[in-house]
Design a protein around this ligand. Structure first.
Ligand SMILES: Cc1cc2nc3c(=O)[nH]c(=O)nc-3n(C[C@H](O)[C@H](O)[C@H](O)COP(=O)(O)OP(=O)(O)OC[C@H]3O[C@@H](n4cnc5c(N)ncnc54)[C@H](O)[C@@H]3O)c2cc1C
Length: 413
């Protein structure tokens, strides 16, 4: 190892997923000196595989009740829209909106029609039932016998989001070797925490000791190892697995929709991507199929998803398509029940904060919570000095799952 250097910042953030990136932008606007460290690629944990839906809570109110989760997330779409228009708390100008709205649809089965009805009643202000002439093209087919509503929740192109967030930071994200990162809590009454990091990728081998008035761990599933380093019980974090499905090929209709079933969760959540390439369009499938498919093998999950699509959209042409499925964990702050926390989770351990947004859409709220803590802690480094970080290698941006090297599966005709 060659260089060894020292630097001092107000705040060091570990993890350049949506949580770390959003916070870095907020702190930049507050004129704080911020260093953001990333071990892999920008957005490479959950952010890059997310479906990009900026939820406003409708999905959580399918049981005909306004839950804590639906109320906490409700203000988020307006905050994202303001940021996307360049008039918000951060500037997301340049990030691409894939769809300005989402649809909720139910099949003709009685139970799912009822769910749809309840969703409409509880959420009257948020859900607009559409006449047939206004159905999205996929659901305009004569064979469709269910009903369709529209909700005012945007869907983002996540690669453009992470690119804009990374590129618009005044000080670029630093590429570090995750396994070499060392967190050091301050001694009793000490005024700074330290992070020792080594550079990764091209230009690897540099070493720096970063002192900061606060360190924020926003490393998704990587927070578990950081909790252990700080001596905090690993049980403060939880993982909830999913088995997501990708379908690629000459798909005719784009759709961004939740298909409602009998239960309180959408049976299927479909988002559409890469629509400009007619031969390689993608439907990305989540919802209940991803939750119940956790114990299935990859091929079983692909087969289950194809059956589910054929059941819900019997007129859709599914032959000649390529399929894949992959497991991924949602990393969250722990809940006693093991269920999804209603909102973001923030845990403070001296000058180190551990943060999980719970949802991409909740990144603005998590940033508020962190900033409140930083202000209470007086997280200002008296003499910020980041010169030692000049020329440090930058991480690439993560690819979305359909652009990664995959072994696509096709069914024999
Ligand atoms: C399949 C799926 C679909 C989803 N869809 C949606 C959706 O449509 N809408 C929504 O609101 N939410 C969605 N979510 C939830 C959402 O994606 C997450 O809540 C959010 O992305 C978490 O962001 P994060 O920044 O906390 O973590 P992550 O995105 O996981 O980022 C953590 C970052 O930290 C880095 N890292 C890890 N360890 C270290 C280390 N030691 N040093 C440095 N860096 C480190 C990782 O490489 C990564 O880049 C979805 C989640 C999944 C899994």
């Amino acid at each position: 190892m060659s260089d060894s250097a020292a630097a001092r910042a107000d705040v060091v953030i570990i993890g350049a997923g949506v949580a770390g990136l959003w916070l870095a932008h907020r702190l930049q606007r507050l004129h704080r000196s911020v260093v953001l460290l990333e071990a892999h690629a920008v957005g490479s944990g959950q952010t890059a595989v997310s479906q990009g839906i900026i939820h406003g809570g409708t999905k959580y109110a399918l049981t005909n009740a306004l839950t804590g989760a639906s109320e906490i997330i409700r203000p988020m779409p307006a905050r994202w829209k303001a940021a996307l228009s360049g008039r918000g708390e951060i500037d997301l100008g340049g990030a691409v909106i894939l769809s300005p709205r989402q649809h909720l649809f139910s099949t003709a089965a009685l139970t799912s029609r009822m769910s749809h009805f309840f969703a409409g009643r509880v959420m009257l202000s948020r859900v607009r039932t559409l006449p047939r002439a206004q159905h999205p093209s996929l659901l305009a087919h004569d064979a469709f016998r269910g009903s369709v509503s529209e909700i005012d929740e945007i869907v983002l192109d996540v690669p453009s989001l992470t690119t804009v967030l990374a590129d618009n930071l005044r000080r670029p994200v630093l590429h570090v070797r995750g396994e070499s990162l060392r967190l050091e809590a301050p001694r009793e009454g000490g005024e700074h925490a330290s992070v020792i990091a080594q550079s990764a990728g091209e230009g690897g081998g540099r070493r720096v000791c970063l002192e900061a008035a606060a360190v924020v761990c926003a490393a998704g599933s990587g927070n578990a190892a950081l909790l252990a380093q700080a001596g905090v019980e690993a049980s403060a974090a939880q993982k909830r697995p999913l088995h997501m499905v990708l379908v690629r090929g000459a798909l005719e209709h784009p759709i961004w929709a939740h298909c409602l079933g009998a239960g309180s969760r959408p049976r299927l959540t479909i988002t559409s991507h890469d629509w400009a390439d007619p031969a390689r369009r993608v439907w990305y499938l989540g919802g209940e199929i991803a939750e119940t498919g956790v114990g299935r093998t990859r091929l079983e999950q692909i087969a289950a998803a194809r059956d589910e699509l054929a059941d819900v959209l019997p007129w859709a042409r599914l032959d000649g398509l390529e399929w894949d499925a992959f497991p991924i964990d949602r990393a969250e702050g722990a809940e006693k029940s093991g269920h999804r926390p209603d909102g973001p989770t923030l845990l403070r351990h001296g000058r180190i904060l551990f943060a999980w947004p719970t949802k991409l859409a909740l990144a603005p709220l998590l940033a508020d919570m962190i900033i409140t803590h930083l202000e209470a802690m007086g997280a200002h480094a008296p003499e910020a000095d980041l010169a030692a970080l000049d020329g440090w290698p930058r991480p690439p941006c993560a690819l979305p799952p359909w652009k990664e090297d995959r072994q696509w599966h096709t069914f024999d005709r």
